[in-house]
Design a protein around this ligand. Structure first.
Ligand code: S3P
Length: 171
């Protein structure tokens, strides 16, 4: 399609926003590699994110996440999906600003909850009231996500292809 990626496109946003699904599709469409920070952390540690959280704690996970993101930003231009908490870190934001363009996949809380409610892979939601936890996390993170270079709205009626089109239009 004659599209040349100038910078790595970094997918940012809450768990359930579609960063991995849309990022994977976007990479295919633009014929560039797709990388996922959570997947790389799991590979490096040979453990799942849930195991890392329960055995080593969130602070340890965040250190690994920062290392992985800065390493992945060194590779050739690609689509990089980040975990929902990554963009809260000032260091991560600076590294991303240096090498990439940050795209916030913005979804409202009902859509996010519908997508994550039956999953057990998100340790931060292992609380007595995961819906409230998700809402609290969302409210606390929006001010950070707003710092992204671009925003793309996710709606329940949008397919992955339509979301991908919207990201391409925004780039
Ligand atoms: C997290 C989101 C997860 C994963 C970890 C922490 C977060 O990734 O990095 O469980 O802080 O929101 P996804 O956003 O891909 O679910």
């Amino acid at each position: 399609m004659g599209w040349k990626l100038k910078k790595t496109v970094v997918m940012v946003g809450m768990m359930g926003a579609g960063k991995t699904a849309v990022g994977t599709n976007l990479a295919k469409r633009l014929a560039v590699p797709f990388l996922d920070s959570d997947e790389e952390i799991e590979k490096a540690a040979d453990r799942t994110i849930a195991e890392i959280f329960s055995r080593d704690g969130e602070a340890f996970f965040r250190r690994k996440e920062a290392q992985v993101i800065s390493r992945l930003l060194e590779s050739e231009q690609c689509i990089l999906s980040t975990g929902g908490g990554a963009y809260l870190s000032e260091d991560n934001r600076a590294a991303i600003a240096d090498k990439g363009v940050a795209v916030w996949l913005k979804a409202d809380i009902d859509l996010l909850w519908n997508r994550v409610r039956h999953k057990t892979t998100r340790p931060l939601l292992n609380t007595g009231n995961p819906e409230k936890t998700l809402r609290d996390i969302y409210d606390a993170r929006v001010p950070y996500y707003e710092k992204c270079d671009l925003q793309v709205q996710a709606l329940p009626r949008y397919s992955i292809d339509q979301m991908t089109d919207a990201v391409i239009d925004a780039l």
